[in-house]
Design a protein around this ligand. Sequence first.
Ligand SMILES: Nc1ncnc2c1ncn2[C@@H]1O[C@H](COP(=O)(O)OP(=O)(O)OP(=O)(O)O)[C@@H](O)[C@H]1O
Length: 800
Amino acid sequence: MGHRQAAPVKPAGAEAGEAARRAAVRTEQEYVTRLYERLDEERAKAETALREGPAAGGGGVLQARVESAVATDEAARRLARLSGVEEGLCFGRIDHRADADGPGDTFYIGRIGLRDEEHEPILIDWRAAAARPFYTATPGAPGTLARRRHLHLRHREVLRLDDEVFDLEGLDEAERRGIVGEAALLATLRRGRTGRMSDVVATIQEEQDQVIRSGLQGVLVVQGGPGTGKTVAALHRAAYLLYTHRDVLERRGVLIVGPNATFLRYIEQVLPGLGETDVVLATVGELHPGLKATARDTPEVAVLKGDRRMADLLRAAVHDRQRAPSGGFRIDTDGLTLVVDAEKCEQIRDRARDLHLPHNVQRRRFVHDMLEALAVNRAEQYERIMDEPLEQLAGPGGYPAWLQELLDEAEDGPLLDETDLRLAKEALWQEPAVRKALDELWPELTPERLLTDLFASPDALDRLGAEAGLPGCALLHRPAGSPWTVPDVPLLDEAAELLGVDDSAEKARRRAADAARAEEARYAAEVMQSTGGTNMIPIGDLISASELAERHGDGGPPLTTAQRAMADRQWAYGHVIVDEAQELSEMAWRTVMRRVPTRSLTVVGDIAQTGSAAGAATWGQMLDRYVPGRWREQRLMVNYRTPAAIMRVASDVLAAVAPDQTPPEPVRDDGPPPRAVALPVDALPGLVRDELAGFGDGDEGRLAVITSAARHASVLAVLPDAAVGATPEALDSPTVVLTAEEAKGLEFDSVVVVDPAGMLAESPKGGQDLYVALTRPTRRLTIVHNNDLPPLLSGSLAAG
Ligand SMILES: Nc1ncnc2c1ncn2[C@@H]1O[C@H](COP(=O)(O)OP(=O)(O)OP(=O)(O)O)[C@@H](O)[C@H]1O
């Protein structure tokens, strides 16, 4: 996209224009004031509802409890939404053209929808269909719009208006091609960044709008270079989907998977601002409930653990724990040696396996059959012993007739009747030695136990790796008790799937609870019907009746969809969004796909930025297995972050790293030219001081020093006051030292890249790290080298 002209309105005379402008601001101020008054009223109502609970009524204790839960839930949600929209409540207005039926409608667009006392809409939620023309109209294709207006507010005051007039006669072709809201967009982009991402509802661009409003079903891949707004588009899409498909998504929830905890906190600032509270944010390291893995593996180990053949290896590892001893099973108990021969052991093991259930569930069958075999063996042995004294009664002609008769009768019946057998099995199971021996044959396993044992055994790794066709698994060897790494998490999840939990007792308890709950649900449904909806959030959409009963049935505090989903490994989300998706390994994709059986996903990333050696080379490599030929791709081509001169330097690196990728077109062309300086590391503090001073007084600028791993320690040593690493605090400090991997997805006003030659050498595929580092600045880029500036960079730097 070229740098196109906007279509400003040109007043006839400067003075007349100024007066008209002031009058327009006054009129809009009156409207905006009314909107804020309405917002205040709505807030007061929600606060009162939250404080006082529902009005007392008849209907008994249970109904009162359910009623109160409904009202509290609703009021808390509404209050959260209403509090998140104070800044920039209304940011746009669209005027439809007049037609034969009369004057065109005017709509004000804002962060939420509001209605007046008569229930008439006075503010349209940006996600509603009626707001769409605000984002999609262009001078070339205005649809039914006559004008789009951007309102710039500071707190509750209207500062400025930007108009694009679409039906003004006499606009020439060049003017018509102006991009959507360019003036408003550029004003937003040139603002200093605070280190935190904010929402962009006022300036969403058309290509982003297509991503945001794309249908819920199927897999949407959003491929875009750095700074194209993939992350903001993904977040706004989450908000849009929750708004548009509230019925499904508030019950099932939306999961957003992102690359690291800091990054997630970064975006957590945005979602509540968009009015959403029921979204689960998680890193890959957090996808296994109860775990927050952050430790890293070496690239070689990460590649192995990310390989989909690990699933076969784990299956083999589970099988390996289901043993049928080749010499048969023997155990001493009660003065007897009980025996199950090898053939029988094998038969019992295979019969349990043939159930095709998870290991821990199959185990019940295995233990049951083994106990039975032992009980029968014990009975047989007892019988033989009992038979011995009888033999003394036998004469040369055999047993006396009366005895023979009794013996024949006993022979016809089973050795043990059902009760005998059950009692015998129970008695055996009570014996610690029996239990221990059976546990060794088919242990009850947790995912953690399975992996810990596997990684601690070089022999098992070697043998099972070969079985799974995955060579080199000896590399995975590590002592028991080592911390869990991020690439372990998909393996734990896979193991959990293979092992299962024997939850038969829990299921029985739940069945009983369900029966009781059905009764409560009936009350809840009644309450909902009598409470009805509100003008903002139809209450029936918030939670279903049975869900409500479930939340409150145990008397505990109500759980949100997000909380319930997070605690449940088998939760099926309504939609999953994966950001920086190029970093996910094949095994991580298996974990993600398990969370969304409906395959309703948004996959956001940039193949050219893949830093993980286990990550994606193409989208098809990761997705075709799950949705062959059924994923759709949308490309974002405009870079909103990095000014053109800096992008030229980055583009040279991209041409070397991923020649088939087109660099995004920068929309900005401001800021100082990027520079390269030959400087020893101990001169960095001076450079950093100068850069910070360059932000000027009171400016909320942020600076990142992004260094090669090789120089990391020496950079830290000379910048003791800088924040280190991608921690949440680091985002708030003026200066932070990061590696390229840590800087992924983040942006800073000024970036100092240290040791580009080292970064080039360290990237697994030769340059992704450098490309990531160079595309982080919104204003200034300085490259620090040791007289070894890679030739790749010198071309555009000299030109700049
Ligand atoms: N329509 C828009 N209006 C205003 N700002 C925007 C818009 N789109 C993107 N931006 C800004 O551009 C910057 C880059 O956006 P974002 O971080 O989402 O890009 P990205 O594609 O995820 O980049 P990367 O691949 O580098 O992680 C952010 O500061 C964002 O707020």
